[in-house]
Design a protein around this ligand. Structure first.
Ligand code: HEM
Length: 452
């Protein structure tokens, strides 16, 4: 229902856009400037009308109360993921979601708990070996392997092998390089075609493994659907399983990467979580969950969610024209000082029950409404299991770390030049030795946050 607008859309003017381009043209800076105009604000990029929605009431209207007006349109990942859940729309999306949803409830994911635990044990073993031999590890690479291993094991009941890992990372990297917000032309570059071929090979391998599996697998669910439902052809099974892999691994690995960087900058928070209660206690679990929640507040990896306004609407008293590109940006909402006390500070305690739970629409790292992340429980569980194992046993001492945040499809740690990596010495239960690189530390401590 469209209600009458009681004001016009506040917009950045042409001069501000010129200034923004001259200042480097980073999308996050443009959005920050637009947010200052109000909870619903706009700007024009060429012919395109863009509307940024950051207020909690307004976010809820777009994502949860009126989702049929604000639709996903020409998803940027479609070239790789085809008609899988992330990119599907309308009735096909509803059917696909209904089929997979039971697998991803708190109860559903218990089926895959042994797979999650096996991936955690394999990760801990790699770090134990590194600690024993005094080797430095590239944390990002370890976390990527871990999060892909988790999802691969849940899909196939087999451990992830190196060649498949490399193929999937190549495909994932092509996706990660897509700008957060760009016209989806559907064109593929030569590199992208190679990534699609790699992804296809990995998908065929996964299906072959799952056919032999005796344990329940996620691919088993898809293959059963393919036997029983006419719309689940071979191509859709491929699209869906690649969607789960790709949507599920980069997001989780990047979140854990931010978490380790934040803990390196705030060793007192690691000590706090471990002191909250003994291993296996509800208190320790709650503290670890708060570490995850606070990391996702400062760095919600899916930092920008675009929608297409299929019809005209009014949001927070402001008119949104039909055809506008509507952007939801948890990164900005999560750092709004009107909504969060001391928003740039890493303070996990704010998520404990004794303090305030976030008000509706102020916190949405997994999205909101019907298109919210299907893998949210799964992601939280795998991150929790990893941290419960790794935090008490190891202390990564970070020696090289990325200097700032990059804003593409995800918000991720990045070096100012060259490839990004977080290198660390992994020590077993030893006290932290010496100071870290303060300049780099500042990058993740907020205040003068260089990650913007
Ligand atoms: C920290 C980890 C994760 C974060 C922050 C995250 C975030 C998100 C967000 C924000 C969305 C909604 C996007 C939108 O509305 O435009 C989404 C959708 C989705 N996520 Fe996640 N995700 C994570 C982990 C996972 C995992 C582990 C899986 C699968 C195992 C997964 C599978 C999906 C799928 C399939 C969708 C599309 C759902 C639909 O449209 O029905 N995600 N995710």
């Amino acid at each position: 229902m469209v209600t009458a607008a009681d004001s016009t859309l506040p917009e950045l003017d042409a001069e501000e856009l010129v200034r923004w381009r001259a200042g480097g043209g980073r999308l996050v800076d443009l959005l920050t400037a637009a947010q200052r105009l109000g909870p619903v604000a706009g700007f024009r990029l060429g012919e395109r009308q863009v509307v940024l929605v950051t207020g909690p009431e307004e976010v809820q209207r777009v994502l949860a109360r009126n989702p049929d007006t604000y639709v996903k349109h020409g998803h940027r990942a479609k070239v790789l993921l085809g008609d899988g859940l992330l990119c599907a729309a309308g009735e096909p999306w509803r059917r696909q979601r209904k089929l997979l949803q039971p697998q991803f409830t708190v109860r559903g994911i218990r089926t895959y708990e042994p797979q999650l635990r096996a991936a955690v044990a394999a990760f801990a073993e790699r770090w134990r070996t590194a600690a024993d031999h005094g080797e430095a590890r590239e944390i990002d690479a370890d976390l990527r392997f871990f999060s892909l291993d988790v999802i691969w094991r849940s899909l196939t009941a087999q451990a992830l092998d190196e060649p498949t890992y490399r193929r999937l990372v190549a495909a994932g990297d092509s996706l990660a390089a897509i700008p957060a917000f760009a016209p989806a032309t559907g064109e593929t570059t030569a590199d992208f075609s190679r990534a699609v071929a790699d992804a296809d090979t990995a998908a065929e391998h996964a299906i072959a493994l799952a056919r032999q599996a005796e344990e329940p697998t996620l691919i088993g669910v898809l293959l059963r659907a393919a036997r029983e439902l006419p719309e689940y052809d071979e191509k859709l099974v491929r699209d869906e399983l690649l969607t789960l892999m790709v949507a599920g691994y980069e997001t989780t690995a990047t979140t854990l990467g931010w978490l380790f960087l934040l803990l390196d900058a705030h060793p007192e928070q690691r000590a706090w979580a471990l002191a909250a209660g003994p291993a296996g206690s509800a208190e320790r679990a709650a503290a670890i969950r708060a570490l995850i929640d606070e990391t996702l507040r400062l760095y919600p990896v899916a930092w920008l969610m675009p929608r297409h306004a299929a019809e005209a609407d009014t949001v927070g008293g402001v008119p949104v024209p039909a055809g506008a590109t509507v952007l939801l940006c948890p990164y900005l909402t999560h750092r709004d000082p009107a909504l969060w006390a001391d928003p740039e500070t890493f303070r996990p305690q704010r998520f404990l029950a004794a303090e305030r739970r976030p008000a509706p629409g102020t916190y949405f790292p997994f999205g909101l409404g019907p298109r919210a992340c299907i893998g949210a429980q799964f992601a939280v569980r795998e991150m929790t299991l990893l941290l419960e194992e790794v935090l008490p046993a190891f202390r990564p001492e970070i020696r090289e770390q990325p200097a700032e945040a990059g804003y593409r499809l995800t918000v991720h740690p990045t070096a100012r030049s060259g490839p990004c990596c977080t290198r660390a010495d992994v020590r077993s239960r030893e006290p932290r030795a010496g100071g870290a690189d303060i300049r780099l530390r500042e990058a993740v401590t907020g205040g003068q946050d260089r990650c913007r």
